[in-house]
Design a protein around this ligand. Sequence first.
Ligand SMILES: [Zn+2]
Length: 284
Amino acid sequence: MTRSVPTTPPDAAARRSAKAVVVYPAGRLPQFDIAFYDAARSNVTKIAELVIPPRDARAFSVPAGCFLRIISVEGPQVGDLNLWNAHDLSEHFFSGKTRALHATHVSTGDRLWSSLPSLRPMATITHNTLDWYGWDEDGAGVHDVIGTRCDPYTNVLLKGTQYHHCCHSNLTRALAAAWDLPLAEAESHVHDVLNVFMCTGFTRDTHQYFMKASPVRPGDFIELFAEIDLLCALSACPGGDCSAGHSDDDAACHPLKVEVHRPDNGALAGWRPPPVNGYSRSHG
Ligand SMILES: [Zn+2]
């Protein structure tokens, strides 16, 4: 059966030539106070460190006012990051709104926003050694807020095989262990991720989601300032550098290192975590 193609209307060109308008102009967001963050990060003490094993995840806390560094070690590796309010798992990272407010990929100065109704910055990106990458000739960028996460359900849908080390499952196990939750309950809190170090875009002809080898190399890192007390979970994706595949054990995978740094006394004088969003919630 052939698909009937709708007739192109005579004013198609005029309709297509409507002006593109940025939905959420960046200038209306709270300013990225470079001087404040630079002063805070200039003198810090490391208070925690852990290694995320390949094809697995770990959960960890980052107190408000501290810096989280996710560091590439040993080889190129993509990480899938979940963030929750450490005191209330219902407030979590909102990948879709972060994408709408900033871009398909995030970089220094961008915020990681929380879910409705709180909608406030959970973290601010204060340093990214891959900022030089920008947008490449394929239209790809690094640190993706498009790709949700690899998960075993999509894997069954497309390949019909059971695989237990997708980022979704890794994050589920990590949260279950950290909060002593049954797996099914932990799974309900796992959400769309920040794909740390992942290099992705949309194909120009069919607008399909694509990935390519991450440009990350050992020593590269992304640094986040925790605007509120955070519970984090990070998975070292089974896709490795995500140059070819994921959701199986074929790719070369490497650990990721996490460090938490506390600014030295005085740097945060006068600073407070941002309040939850001010909407009345009356909904008219
Ligand atoms: Zn993954």
